[in-house]
Design a protein around this ligand. Sequence first.
Ligand code: HEM
Length: 481
Amino acid sequence: MTKKLTTKAGQPWANNEHSQTAGVRGPVLMQDYQLLEKLAHFNRERIPERVVHAKGAGAKGVFKLTHDMSKYTKADLFNGVGKETPMAARFSQVAGEAGYPDTIRDVRGYALKFYTRDGNYDIVGNNTPVFFINDPLKFPDFIHSQKRDPQTHMRDDEMQWDFWSHSPESVHQVTYLMGDRGNPASYRNMNGYGSHTYKWVNKDGEAVWVKYHFISQQGVKNMTDEVAAKAASEDTDYLLHDLYDAIKNHNYPTWKVCVQIIPYQAGLDYHDDIFDVTKVVSHHDYPLQEVGEFTLNESPTNYFDEVEEIAFSPANLVPGIEASPDKLLQGRLFGYKDAQRYRLGANFEQLEVNRPKNEVHTYERDGAMADHQGNGVNYEPNSKGGPVEDPNVAVKPAQLHGETGTYKPYDQDFYTQAGDLYRLYSKEEQDRLIATIKKGLGSVDNHEIQVLETRQFYQADPDYGTRVADALGLDLDEIKN
Ligand code: HEM
């Protein structure tokens, strides 16, 4: 049966093409409240886009555990082989706005939400295992440098390289970004990483450190700058298209979920700082262990409801999974939900896509758009049988050391691992890396920025720095000094 059109308040609607007017030639009548409502609602359709990662694609799916991890964590989703946990994923560009072309070179966001029996667990990572900075205080400055110039409102290579050249901790991630993986062929063809080190705790209170890796079962494939530029001009939604079409054609993308598990004390004593997100932990020392796999098998029915309004946060942790002391991660624990209160409103966790699948019993109340509140007691302590706390899920106590202060990074070797990555690249990939850097850094009309950045490359690997210096026509003696 054909559905009858109604207003948002449910009243039947007689005419949706012609406004009420005084006579056939107008004017329009004030009493046509349906017209007024329609125009007013339209004016409020846009919400603030994400301050970063505004352009993205999302899908729903399921995570299946293939290896029981109860020895390391009591987290429900990692206990019991064969257990399935519903989930949602969103992949994104970092710097561009919501309508930005998908195939511009950029790190890609890789965000997962697991609707576990103990509440929502989010892993909000990227397609690279490291990040540009390791202190949250630098994040707003870093992002300003990647976005638009305050005067011209244009993106500006000089701003980007200016920040990086003065932030040597970025050289590892810059070497990733300027390499082949800086432009994945599709969201299906990239690996994902939790990037930070997290803490897993088992039911006996024993802890290990853990790093997540999501390995694309479609294989890692990248696109050249030429193909990316063509794609950007022909289809600004190239990556969105690819994911949507694959799912429509039942060609469901899958990732293996793997972890590196690092014993607690060994992690604290490791030769690199495992709490510094500009660094990786060697696979040789701590090989990948398979945990399970997830498959994305459903596109959103409504993009706005299920992708624009989805709210990921590194603070969405569940019993058995805890934050590490990683400074950048600690800043992120605050940043996301604060952004979402601004972007979506105080009750964003009541939206269907963000609402946990288990029951929620909280004393938080009211606020704009509050829903699902019930008639229960709204204060604690109480004698009215309200929800009670569960001491079993308290975070594991950790010993802290040192004096308060503002410290430089604990481990200031930003170069060894960047050099390792450079040496890992094939000769052809090194050639493309140098060509990409030449195009970006070479376009910067500022000698100091070029020298500072090339000096970082030289410190990572003399061959790397020498080749960039040659490509940019810089004097190698100035780089070495
Ligand atoms: C999105 C802050 C570092 C991955 C966001 C958002 C904020 C933010 C405010 C928008 C959230 C929203 O409106 O829903 C920060 C801060 C950082 C930081 C303050 C450092 C202090 C990182 C790092 C990664 C990352 C290191 C990856 C390892 C992402 C992803 C999204 C995102 C994937 C998009 C999530 C989605 O699809 O909705 N970030 N971020 N961020 N961030 Fe970060």
